[in-house]
Design a protein around this ligand. Structure first.
Ligand code: NAD
Ligand code: ZN
Ligand code: ZN
Length: 340
């Protein structure tokens, strides 16, 4: 099988031929149909974060495909079934976090495309208990971005406790942000979308944003405060200053939800304003299996639209450059069913 491999941080990915991986006990092998390019894969390939993967590795945590082989003990999935393999490749199932509905915080977790090989390949392995069945009515190409961009932003809005009639700022209308806008609308919020490209601001409007803010020309905090301040700000732009800009636009009691993970990211939070205004800063990491099931359910019900461009996997290095230049119409999905 072919796979796109990170051999060294910061180097172009290399397309390699590898033997088909053999599923161990509790695992399945999947023939990948579609695989999304999350900005996290770029951070992984660049070694941007304090905890780094170990090259060589295959990135990708938005892999979707058909189960083709069952490992020992797997009884609840069947050959031919469509599943998605998210960032949370495996969690222990026994710790305080796993037992209290926070499996995404499990310290024993293994992350797909980071701690084990991911979806930039014709075939991949997954732990069957964490391979999410994709319902009928959700295509593989749509399921891919929902598997990380969807579940992560859906969860971020849950964490913010967004309620109808609240003002939600979404900063960064990329792969994650275009879905965040839609989940905020589903929750009944008024949505302010922030970005630095005209295309992304237009996209946000077409997806239901009530207000757009061009961070190149406008003072984001000031505009939000003119609208009474945001009850929640979802920080998705890969830029430290963008976090500070939306934080300055919170209303009293508002919540900044940190999601993006810029390399060496550090944010200055003014103590006086935070204390006097009673605002919160919260980190939010992907979502649980139940969150992903809900994301798929909403999409199957026609409530969300996935905006994507499909590409062959052998163009992965050019695709990474396009994402870094902010030129992608929301999400690139490698269409493995269409070949290379
Ligand atoms: P993306 O590149 O598709 O989107 C980023 C968007 O931010 C682009 O539209 C870009 O134009 C916009 N932007 C750039 N500078 C800006 C600024 N100053 N103000 C406003 N917008 C600006 O990336 P993505 O795939 O959506 O991922 C976003 C980030 O979220 C990445 O750092 C990724 O690693 C992280 N991430 C976190 C989680 C999590 O669980 N916390 C999950 C997935 C991704
Ligand atoms: Zn991701
Ligand atoms: Zn655990």
């Amino acid at each position: 099988m072919k796979a796109a491999v990170v051999r060294a941080f910061g180097e172009p990915l290399v397309i390699e031929d590898r033997p088909d991986p053999e599923p161990g006990p509790g695992q399945v092998r999947i023939r990948v149909e579609a695989s999304g390019l999350c900005h996290t894969d770029i951070h992984a390939a660049h070694g941007d974060w304090p905890v780094r993967p170990n090259p060589p590795f295959v990135p990708g945590h938005e892999g979707v495909g058909l189960v083709e082989k069952l490992g020992d003990g797997v009884t609840h999935l069947s050959v031919g079934q469509r599943v998605a393999v998210p960032w949370l490749g495996k969690a222990c199932g026994r710790c305080e976090h796993c037992l209290s509905g926070w499996e995404t915080l499990c310290e024993q977790q293994i992350n797909t495309g980071y701690g084990c090989d991911g979806g930039y390949a014709e075939k991949m392995l997954a732990w069957a208990d964490f391979a999410q069945p994709v319902p009928d009515g959700v295509t593989a190409l749509d399921a891919a971005p929902l598997t990380c961009a969807g579940v992560t932003t859906y969860k971020a809005l849950k964490v913010a406790g967004v309620r109808p009639a609240q003002l939600v700022a979404v900063s960064g209308i990329g792969g994650l942000g275009h879905l965040a806008v839609q989940y905020a609308k589903i929750a009944g919020a008024t949505v302010a979308a922030v970005d630095v490209t005209d295309d992304k601001l237009e996209l946000a409007t077409s997806l239901g944003a009530d207000l757009v803010i061009d961070a190149r020309k406008e003072d984001v905090g000031e505009v939000l405060r003119q609208h009474g301040g945001a009850h929640a700000a979802i920080a998705l732009a890969v830029d430290d200053a963008a976090f500070e800009a939306v934080n300055a636009g919170l209303r009293r009691g508002g919540k900044l939800v940190m999601v993006a993970l810029p390399a060496h990211g550090t944010v200055r939070v003014p103590i006086f304003d935070t204390v006097l205004n009673g605002t919160s800063v919260i980190g939010s990491i992907v979502g649980t299996r139940q969150d992903l099931a809900e994301v798929f359910q909403l999409h199957a019900a026609g409530q969300t639209k996935v905006i994507r461009e499909t590409r062959p996997l052998d163009s992965v290095n050019e695709c990474i450059d396009e994402v870094l230049r902010g030129q992608v119409r929301a999400r690139i999905v490698f269409d493995l069913a269409a070949g290379w």
